[in-house]
Design a protein around this ligand. Sequence first.
Ligand code: NAD
Length: 519
Amino acid sequence: GGGGGYTALGGLHVDSPDVAYGGDHITARYEYRSTAAAVDAETGRVTATPRSTVYHFRTGTRVRRTGLLQVGWGGANGSTLTGAIVASRSNLTWASRSQADHKPNYKGSLTQAATVRVGLDADGAAVTVPLRDVLPMGTPEALALGGWDISGASLADAADRAGVFEPDLRRQLRPLTDGMVPMRGAYDPAFIADNQAPRADHVMPAEWTKQQRLDALREDIVAFKAANDVEFVVVVWTANSERYAEERPGLNDTADALLAAIARDEAEVSPSTLYAVAAILEGCPFINGSPQNTLVAGAVDLAIRSGVAVVGDDFKSGQTKMKSVLVDYLIGCGVKVKTMVTYNHLGNNDMYQLTDGVMWKPKSAAKSRVIDDIVDGNGLLYPPGTARPDHVVVVKYVPFLGDSKRDVSEYTSETFMDAHYTSVMHNTCLDSALCAPLILDLALLAELLTRIDFTVGNAAPDADGAPYQPLHPVLSVLSFYMKIPRTPPGEPIVNSLARQRAAVENLLRATMYITEPIG
Ligand code: NAD
C-alpha cells in the first residue's frame, strides 16, 4: 500500500446499486458525461455545454464456444498464432540460443497481457486487473482453430516455411499440428501477385463461378462449426494483400448489387470480398487484416442489414503503431512534425508479394494515412489548407531476413523559434510476433462485443424504456487494431493509439459501471 500499485488476479466484482449480476447477464446503468461544442461561424468562439447521457448496458455472461477461421491459415501469421495456442494447450517448453525453458505466452495481447486500472485500495495503492477479467471472455486455448489457404501445406509445414518459431518448438509442435490442413482457398490470380502462383496448389476449381465459390465457403463454415461443435465463428482475413477491386454503382455499392454481381460472376468481385460475404451470410464477424477494399460499400451494407460485425482495415502492428504514438506525442507537445520518412525491410512471403507494384498500392495508402486525425486536431500547427507533413514510406524485400522486420524512421520537426528537432528510431521484431496477438484479441473481443447490447435513456428496458440494441455492426471500438479504422457511416476516424486503447477500455469499464473514464 501507500502509493504504487499492483495487479489483483482473482477476478472483478462491482459493488454498486447500478450493477446487477443476473443469471446470464450483467446489467449496468452508466452515466456518460460528454461535452457538446458549438462553434460560432462568425467569431469562431466555442460554446462548450457539458451534458450527460444515461446508458444501460447488458452483457451476456455465457461465453460461446468459439471458432477462429483464418483466411491464409498457412501463412506466417496464421501458423504463428496456431502454434502458440497449441503449445499453450500442451504446456510445451522450448529452448532457444539464449534461454533453456521458454513457456508459451501471449505477450503483445491486450486481452491476455495488459491490465486495466480499477481504483485505489484502502492504502491508496492503485489496483489493476487483467483486461480479460473485466468481463467474461473466452480463452485462447478454448478457440477451435481452422481456416483456408491456397497452399495445401499442413500447419506443421507452414510453421517450418514461415521460420518464426525456434526449431526446438517446431519439432515439438509437428505431431500436434501435422494433421491441421487448411480448407482449399478461393484463388483468383487477377487479385494477387504472379509470384504467389507456385504456392497456389490447394484451390477451388478454376472453372467455378463466384457464386459456386461463395456457396462453397459458406458450406465450409457450416462444416467447421459442426465438426468442432462451436456455436460462434469469427473469420479473419490474414491472407496476402490483394490489389484494390473496382468500386462502382451497380457493382458493389449496395448489398443487393454485390450479391447480384456475385450471381452474374462479375470479374471485379475479389476473393477477399467473397470470404467476407460468406462470413456475413453465415452470421460470423469478419475482420479484414489487410489494406485492400474487401469491405466495399455493398459488403458493409450487407453487414449492417444482417446485424453482423465487421472490422477493418489492415492490422496496425509495427511501425505504423509506433508512428501513431510518436506523432501523437510530438504534435501533442506543440511540436510541428514536418517530415516522416520510414524504411521497412524484411524477407517474408507477404513482403515478397508486395514487391508487385499493384499489390503495394493499398498497403502504401494505408501506411500513409495513419496520422490524419492527429494532424487535423491541431489547427495551430496545421491551419486548414496548409501543408501536411511530408510522409514517405519505403519497403524493400530482403530474403535473408525472413520474418524479422527492420524499420528505420526519421522524423524532422520544427520546435521553438523554428529550431529543427530530428528523431531517428530503429525497430527489429518478428513481423508475425507483432501481428498474431492482434488476431487473437480481435477474435476474443469480437465474441465479447457481440454479447453486449445497450439502450440510451434514463428508463431501463425492464421499466418500459427503449429496448436493448446491439453495438453498431461496424465495430469502430476495435480501431486500436487497425491502420485505417472503419467507422459507422459519418463517424470520425481516430488514429491516436492512446485514444484507441482508451475506447476499448472505456467500453469495458462502462459495461461494469466503473465511473472514472480514462483518456
Ligand atoms: P503470408 O504470405 O505468410 O501468409 C498469407 C497466406 O495467405 C499464405 O499462406 C497464402 O498462401 C494465403 N493466401 C493468399 N491468398 C489466399 C486466398 N485467396 N485464400 C486463402 N489463402 C490465401 O503473410 P503474413 O505475413 O502471414 O501476413 C498476412 C497478412 O497480414 C498480409 O496481408 C499482411 O499484409 C497482413 N498484415 C500483416 C502484418 C504483420 O505481420 N505485422 C501487419 C499488417 C497487416
